[in-house]
Design a protein around this ligand. Structure first.
Ligand code: MRU
Length: 340
């Protein structure tokens, strides 16, 4: 496969490397990722994270394994192992469905490689289209609030919600971005703050619990988040804490936008209740760990509930900003996300 790189994926000498998103921003570490086991571990530890990136990394690895001689039957098993790496973001399943079709072809090595590269190129273009559509919704002087990380780190392009914010900043329309730190794994505090800093976008980092009071004081003009899965009725699974922001936005009359590529839509999933929500290790809540060190503050053996995602009902969403344009609540109610 040709040499190329995105913000957090690199292909060189027919090997995949990933940028460790758990080490950022203190350290920039690239890990060689030669096997299914290594990629599954990177995905499950969130070294590779973000809905689009998970799907792209799995597709690229599969293509590279084929180029490096893995037989067709083993590739088919590898695909299923990768598909089960994380349950909530449907981009992984949607991308691997396309890779499965490529694998079914006679010349599967070339087909897999072409399809994986096509997925990467498409994701880049999808991000661009989302940024174009979304930035039109941003008014001059906006104070925006975002949650988790939806930038270049999580995609092959400029990102989804963060891509919109970056584009609106280039257009001179962003006065400030409130960045939720995003407990428990701090994707906002570590990754979004870093990306906005690199892009020169003015931001202020806040603890998640500060968002309500900012909205109450009239200091938030719109909320922009990404998505891990959009169900057929428009319900959206995204990083835990997204739902509470949507409820707060509704109470304060603040627009709440979800930005995502069409690879995040699951038309066969009827509603949010049917979206599988990943439960994660208790240690993420009893303390915190990263390249900055490890600390535990809760009592030993504290009982913990740790869902990685929540579901925001469609009724709380002002607009679904896709690569194809902005989808309105009326369009969703009329069945926009329903199967054809
Ligand atoms: O657990 P993560 O960090 O993979 O969760 C990521 C999110 O929830 C993002 O908002 C979503 O994947 C969109 S990324 C463009």
């Amino acid at each position: 496969m040709q040499t190329f790189s995105t913000t957090s994926l690199r292909v060189r000498d027919n090997q995949l490397s990933i940028l460790d998103q758990q080490a950022l921003p203190q350290e920039k570490i690239w890990h060689a990722t030669p096997s299914v086991a290594s990629l599954v571990e990177h995905i499950q530890t969130l070294r590779v994270r973000g809905a689009p990136l998970i799907g792209l990394s799995a597709s690229l690895l599969l293509a590279l394994l084929a180029e490096n001689g893995m037989p067709k039957a083993e590739l088919a098993s590898a695909l299923e192992v990768l598909r089960a790496a994380r349950p909530t973001a449907v981009n992984l399943m949607n991308n691997l469905d396309r890779m499965k079709q490529a694998l079914a072809q006679e010349n599967f090595v070339a087909a897999l490689s072409e399809e994986a590269l096509r997925l990467v190129a498409e994701d880049k273009a999808l991000c661009d289209s989302i940024a174009t559509a979304g930035s039109e919704l941003v008014s001059p002087g906006s104070r925006l609030l975002t949650h988790c990380n939806t930038g270049g780190l999580a995609t092959a392009g400029v990102g989804t919600a963060l891509g919109v914010i970056a584009r609106a900043h280039q257009q001179g329309k962003v006065a400030n971005v409130w960045v939720d730190e995003t407990r428990p794994l701090l994707q906002g505090g570590r990754l979004t703050a870093w990306e906005l800093g690199e892009l020169g976008v003015p931001y202020q980092l806040i603890c998640d619990s500060m968002a309500a009071s900012l909205m109450g004081q009239g200091k938030v003009d719109a909320i922009w988040v990404g998505a891990d899965r959009i169900a057929a009725n428009g319900d959206v699974a995204n990083k835990i804490g997204t739902y509470s922001l949507a409820v707060l936005a509704h109470h304060h009359g603040i627009p709440f936008y979800v930005a995502a590529p069409h690879t995040t839509i699951d038309r066969l999933c009827p509603n949010g209740a049917a979206i599988p929500i990943e439960q994660r290790d208790a240690r993420e809540v009893t303390g915190v760990a990263g390249s900055f060190g490890q600390v535990q503050w809760a009592p030993e053996n504290a009982s913990v509930y740790n869902p990685a995602f929540d579901v925001t009902p469609a009724a709380l969403i002002s607009g679904w900003v896709l690569d194809t344009g902005v989808v309105t609540p009326d369009q969703v109610a009329a069945g926009f996300f329903q199967p054809d």
